[in-house]
Design a protein around this ligand. Structure first.
Ligand code: PEP
Ligand code: MG
Length: 612
């Protein structure tokens, strides 16, 4: 075994092992507050067990494909490690000095190393899956390290062996594309701390068992953040160094302050006492806000405002009922398609839509048809060959939303039929995602009318008047064509999350660029204004259903722009209502005019949010 072939020896000497028993100092890490509330509990997830690996044999002719999967997982692992390394700069120097060598060691291990060569050889010679080869090779290498003669102490060898196993776990996570799914084993009250959580994984969390979530990566308005808010789980994302700095041991105490965006590892007794007081104060505040449920959403001068809730999974329905929302302004149906092997058929979808419509007891439900793409991964679409295995180079700019539905018309027609069947149970509206031009709406409407005719022929019970067909205004293309689109669509729902992302060319789920993600940027506000005015001129319903609608501080501006309908995370409804009840429409209009005269995003932030 040559020296360069031996990954543990590639590792610089400064990286020190975590000491086994010594009490560790408190560490405060700053991240992006994405879901309010404070969680105190034992931490889990940072050292989660590897995914269960089936010892899969492969055929000789599949070797090349298996090695290609391995190479993709290595490339993905490298990307993740380089990203973690780039983010170290915002940590204190001593933390950087501790972590950087560790990341370098990991990077070397997935370079031209014995480990990688050994895994490749196992795939080719023993004809096993890449996952099996990784498990076998990392274990063999770890055992070799432990058995190595030499003057290095046993603790050092154990640490190096653990590093080999750790990089193996990363490769497995990337091979199985199921980064952090094994949450079922978490004890009640646990706090999940991991590098990254996909929206599909977040949808599987049980808010009754999980106290809080913190991750290294993720942005404020990504779908993972939206899901965590929907579940009411306190969460801080984009916490640089979270899973490396603390070297947390499973079960140690962690505090996640989802309101302030602070994560505290190994909190002192004083910090713990302060956090416990904050938990009580937060619960009291929620009780007070609950009193607003029955009060109408009207401004101080009597202007009525429509406040509805966004829904991701039917489990949120009780929260929506408690919130006092007057309907569902955005049902993100994509979560219905996630975490399953087969796509839901018409009957299965119709049942879910009907149950939601019935639960809303006469309040309107706006169901958005499948918005696949970007970060929303749906394995069943791949399994059934609807979308390719390999992601687009630029998934947010590729086949997304309405583009996929117009290409895969069977998928679209099945969903439209299911929604129409549910429409006999109560008022429903249908919403098209990711529209960029009038042709898409015309094509969608033709398909919609065809489905209505087919259902009528089939003798299905449908409402006399077909549910309105509206569109999301969430691309600059749609916003700037709003006057033309208003002639084609029955209503607009302004999706400020994607609108901000596409206008400013900033990934909404990427913590590296989160400082640039600014829905108050004048370019975004001008698009919102243009689309709103186009709708109002046509007397067409228009609402905002992006995360902007859930910030009470933005109500003055949004009402001033002429908007009167908002859909938001259910937990935001009381606070938004409280803000609205204190506003006067004339003041709002004057304020909006002053804001829209500004060109500097920082000035607008200051005016609207009161930040400096
Ligand atoms: C939006 O883009 O603002 C929106 C509401 O849709 P989603 O967050 O699901 O992309
Ligand atoms: Mg969107």
């Amino acid at each position: 075994m040559s020296r360069t072939d031996e990954p543990p020896e590639d590792k610089p000497a400064e990286a020190k092992p975590p000491r086994e028993k010594a009490p560790r100092p408190e560490r405060r890490l700053i991240g992006i507050p994405v879901s309010s509330g404070i969680a105190i509990g034992p931490v889990f997830g940072a050292a989660e067990p590897p995914a269960v690996i089936t010892r899969l044999k492969i055929h000789a002719e599949d070797t090349q494909a298996e090695v290609a999967r391995l190479d993709a997982a290595i490339a993905q692992s490298r990307k993740q490690l380089l990203k973690l390394k780039a983010r170290l700069a915002i940590l204190p120097e001593d933390s950087q000095a501790e972590i950087a060598p560790l990341l370098d060691a990991y990077l070397q291990m997935i370079g031209s190393s014995r480990l990688v060569r050994g895994v490749r050889r196992r795939v080719a010679e023993t004809l096993v899956s890449a996952e099996t080869a990784v498990v076998d090779e990392t274990e063999a290498l770890a055992e070799t390290i432990m058995a190595m003669p030499g003057d290095e102490d046993r603790a050092g060898r154990r640490r190096r062996a653990e590093e080999v196993r750790e990089i193996g776990r990363r490769l497995i996570r990337n091979l199985t594309r199921a980064p952090f799914r094994s949450f079922t084993g978490l004890p009640p009250g646990a706090v999940l701390a991991c590098e990254y959580l996909r929206p599909a994984d977040a949808a599987l969390l049980d808010p009754a068992r999980l106290a809080g979530v913190a991750t290294d990566d993720g942005g404020a308005d990504g779908h993972t953040a939206i899901m965590l808010r929907a579940l009411g789980v306190p969460a801080v994302l984009g916490v640089a160094g979270l899973t490396e700095v603390g070297q947390q041991r499973p079960g140690e105490t962690i505090i996640v302050d989802g309101t302030a965006g602070v994560v505290t590892l190994n909190p002192s007794a004083t910090t713990l006492a302060t956090a416990r007081r904050a938990v009580t104060a937060y619960a009291r505040e929620l009780q007070k806000l609950a009193l607003l449920r029955r009060l109408p959403a009207v401004t101080a001068d009597g202007e009525a405002v429509d406040l509805q809730a966004n829904l991701e999974i039917p489990a949120e329905l009780p929260l929506i009922a408690q919130s006092g929302a007057a309907g569902i302004g955005l049902f993100r149906s994509e979560f219905l398609f996630m975490n399953r092997e087969k796509l839901p058929d018409e009957a299965a979808q119709a049942e879910v839509y009907r149950s939601v419509v019935e639960a809303m007891a006469g309040d309107p439900v706006t169901i958005r048809v499948l918005d696949w793409g970007g970060e929303k991964e749906i394995e069943a679409l791949q399994a059934e060959g609807v979308v390719p295995e390999a992601a687009d180079l630029n998934p947010a700019l590729g086949i997304r939303g309405i583009r996929l539905l117009l290409r895969e018309t069977e998928l679209f027609e099945t969903q439209l039929a299911a929604i129409l069947r549910a429409a006999s149970a109560g008022p429903v509206r249908i919403l098209l995602p990711m529209v960029t031009n009038v042709g898409e709406v015309r094509q969608a409407r033709e398909i919609y009318e065809r489905v209505i005719r087919r259902l009528r022929r089939r003798g299905e019970r449908l409402p006399d008047k077909a549910p309105p067909l509206g569109i999301m205004i969430e691309t600059p293309g749609a916003a700037l064509s709003a006057d033309a689109l208003a002639l084609e669509a029955d209503f607009f729902a302004i999706g400020t999350n994607d609108l901000t992302m596409y206008t400013l060319a900033v990934d909404r789920g990427d913590s590296d660029v989160s400082a640039l993600y600014d829905p108050l940027h004048p370019a975004v506000l001008r698009l919102v204004q243009f689309a709103t005015e186009a709708a109002l001129r046509m007397r067409m319903p228009v609402s905002v259903c992006g995360e902007m609608a859930s910030n009470p501080k933005l109500m003055k501006l949004l009402l001033g722009l002429g908007l009167r309908s908002f859909s938001m995370n259910a937990s935001a409804v009381p606070r938004v209502k409280q803000a609205i009840r204190a506003l006067d429409i004339d003041d709002c209009a004057r304020f909006a005019r002053r804001v829209m005269e500004q060109s500097d995003p920082a000035v607008i932030q200051d005016m609207v949010l009161g930040t400096g």
